[in-house]
Design a protein around this ligand. Sequence first.
Ligand SMILES: Nc1ncnc2c1ncn2[C@@H]1O[C@H](COP(=O)(O)OP(=O)(O)OP(=O)(O)O)[C@@H](O)[C@H]1O
Ligand SMILES: [Mg+2]
Length: 222
Amino acid sequence: MSSALRVAGLAKRYGDSVVFEQVAFSVAPGEFVAIAGDSGVGKSTLLNCLAGLDDWSAGSIHHGDTDLGTLDATGRALWRRAHVGFVFQAFHVLPHLDVAQNVALPLMLLGQKATEARVADMLDAVGLAGLGARLPQQLSGGQLQRVAIARALVHRPGLLLADEPTGNLDPGTATRVMELLAQQTRAHGAALVLVTHSDAAAARADRVLRLTATGIRPATVG
Ligand SMILES: Nc1ncnc2c1ncn2[C@@H]1O[C@H](COP(=O)(O)OP(=O)(O)OP(=O)(O)O)[C@@H](O)[C@H]1O
Ligand SMILES: [Mg+2]
């Protein structure tokens, strides 16, 4: 079976300034990989490249049989909609849509019917049953991040990318949101690549990788 994600010789530079180079790793379908690394080393940049949201300077990114480098911006956007879920540190929930509409958004963008039952199931799975009609401003930070997780998984993507998804939450809420993220990703059979500074979050991963300017290597947590 081909990997969910395969990165080879990846480099990101701004002019002469190197963010990272020689980044190579693979993620198996359904695998949970945590990425650690110092602030400013390029973790968010790497995740944005993996999602096709940012351009890279050298190397290749394959998702299954899709070579991301061969797609133009439109091709990447269409591919991303169908195959990727993204959870950001700041929730990126749309303020004028209610909770159910936010969760339904990926399905609508894919031209799929966003059935009430499908959205309700997703809200139920993340512990937000009955809150579909609320506006984001009527939710707590932990609840908002659960909306973001529901939205990232509702279209059943093969790959979930999460950039410090619990960075804005208090420790107790962060633990519960992280549990939910790992559990929901597994329930959907998706691969998860999680950028985190949290050892507790990294400890849940199947593998931890540490990003440096000169590559990405296995790391131990603790
Ligand atoms: N337009 C740009 N020109 C030059 N350097 C840039 C530009 N945009 C970003 N950078 C640099 O790219 C590097 C990587 O930033 P990135 O946000 O990916 O780091 P990070 O590992 O996610 O950090 P953090 O842990 O703080 O979130 C930073 O050192 C930043 O200064
Ligand atoms: Mg970052």
